[in-house]
Design a protein around this ligand. Structure first.
Ligand code: CA
Ligand code: CA
Length: 139
């Protein structure tokens, strides 16, 4: 942890302490630190001895709700499944996430267009192919 000393020359009444905080790209809680004054060389009394600083996290975190909506696929057409993605931490700037679907027990034939979906930005609307045998034949 940082330490240092401050020297007041004769007649000086104010000095500034500078403390360098390491930046990062880690999502974390805001963090506090305390600066404590000790050991005045002129035997002066340190009346207010501590100051608290707060390091504010400015990194954002993303979480997808881990269980997607469960819906019947339907017998024709398509059904819209939705996922919710949350962003916390720093949200002042716009951001884009990529997403893609990989097979669990579903495969590409279970999605409209016959491919595993992927995309950017539109996190909330994907369609699943209905299980109408006629619609499969039309592919
Ligand atoms: Ca940061
Ligand atoms: Ca951080």
């Amino acid at each position: 942890m940082p330490t240092g000393s401050v020297t007041f020359l004769a007649g000086e009444t104010q000095k500034t302490v500078t403390i360098a905080v390491q930046s990062d790209q880690v999502v974390e809680e805001d963090e506090t630190f305390t600066v404590t004054l000790t050991g005045a060389s002129d035997h002066g009394t340190i009346v207010t001895s501590t100051a608290v600083g707060t390091i504010i996290n400015d990194d954002s975190r993303y979480d997808v709700v881990p269980t997607a909506t469960s819906l019947a696929e339907g017998d024709s057409g398509s059904t819209v499944y939705e996922l919710t993605i949350y962003r916390t931490g720093a949200t002042a700037d716009a951001a884009t996430l990529d997403w893609s679907v990989s097979g669990g027990t579903a495969d590409a034939t279970d999605f409209t267009g016959g491919a595993l979906p992927s995309g950017q930005g539109d996190f909330c609307r994907r369609t699943v192919r209905g299980d109408d045998p006629n619609s499969r034949r039309r592919r």
